[in-house]
Design a protein around this ligand. Structure first.
Ligand code: CP
Ligand code: NVA
Length: 310
């Protein structure tokens, strides 16, 4: 007697959850899905599918791109926050995961510790996507690398300069560099370094640490940064303002990078803090493409997690 086998659920909790081959497929899919969107061609492979979005932190881009993206794919969306659900009243994550995943087809979560989303995924019957945790922001790097490819071609063998906090974005760039074969030059103030074990890296081969942010940018193909104070760390704001004063991406840093270097920022940005207005609003900046590409990246990701390779 043969038994029907259900394919294993695929989650997207960190960048390392997909292989290099799967990323190649996804970047191709993003281009196809983006073209359909731009030419008003209907693309609705997820009719009757429902996405639950759980936000324990604020969001503009992640919320709009997942919500609009799911509707564009033919599905629908349920939006939950800590304040308006039992999650804020200490219902165990395990119980929430069991209940929510019996009612919807896919779940996106933005929360604090990575352990929370890992626990949710362990008890979920459906794919779970990380919409940002303290440790990782894989959907953002998915869009960022797609943006790089659109502007400059493959990122393999290139150098990305990370200037600023050793945070969720930095950790995810580092994971991506191991999988996709590029280098990251990291410069953080002391006390805010990346931690190889938190970033979940196999080795230190794909990145190099620089004390001086200018040196990290020398010869880079892409310069990128993020806010000095991430969500959840607001109590450290004053100490961080002092510590990060020299970690502002300015025109000198862009000049020392490759002549065709791009500037990226996941947004929201603080002009005059982590980046000069002349850089983020200047000719090398691709931040608006980067933000738009969250939509196309997430549509391709949801399609892949629910339907596999088409
Ligand atoms: N970059 C990003 O994730 O933006 P939001 O916080 O607005 O979702
Ligand atoms: N590192 C930032 C990214 C915001 C999209 C944060 O976690 O707040």
């Amino acid at each position: 007697m043969t038994t029907a086998t259900t394919p294993a659920i695929r989650h997207y909790l960190q960048f390392a959850d997909l292989s290099a081959d799967e990323y190649t497929y996804l970047f191709d899919r993003m281009a196809i899905i983006k073209k359909k969107f731009k030419t008003y061609e209907k693309h609705q492979p997820l009719v009757d599918r429902t996405l639950a979005m759980i936000f324990e932190k604020a969001s503009t881009r992640t919320r709009v791109s997942f919500e609009a993206g799911m509707y564009q794919l033919g599905g629908s969306v349920v939006h939950l926050t800590t304040g308006d659900s039992q999650l804020g009243r200490a219902e165990p994550i395990e119980d929430s995961a069991k209940v929510i995943s019996r009612m919807v087809d896919i779940v996106m979560i933005r929360t604090y510790e990575q352990t929370k989303i890992d626990t949710f995924a362990e008890h979920s019957r459906v794919p779970v996507i990380n919409g940002l945790t303290n440790e990782f922001h894989p959907c953002q790097i998915l869009a960022d690398i797609f943006t790089y490819i659109e502007h400059r071609g493959s990122i393999q063998g290139k150098t990305v300069a990370w200037v600023g906090d050793g945070n969720n974005m930095a950790n995810t760039w580092l994971q991506a560099s191991e999988i996709l074969g590029f280098k990251v030059h990291v410069s953080t103030p002391s006390g805010y370094e990346v931690d190889q074990s938190v970033a979940g890296l196999r080795s230190a081969d794909s990145y190099k640490v620089f004390k001086d942010p200018m040196e990290a940018c020398r010869g880079a193909d892409l310069v990128t940064t993020d806010v000095w104070t991430s969500m959840g760390y607001e109590a450290e704001n004053e100490a961080r303002r002092k510590a990060f004063a020299d970690w502002c991406v300015d025109e000198d840093m862009m000049r020392i990078a490759q002549p065709g270097a791009l500037f990226m920022h996941c947004l929201p940005a603080h002009r005059g803090e982590e980046v000069q207005a002349e850089v983020i609003d200047g000719p090398q900046s691709v931040v608006w493409d980067e933000a738009e590409n969250r939509l196309h990246a997430q549509k391709a990701l949801m399609e892949f997690l629910l339907l596999g390779k088409l």
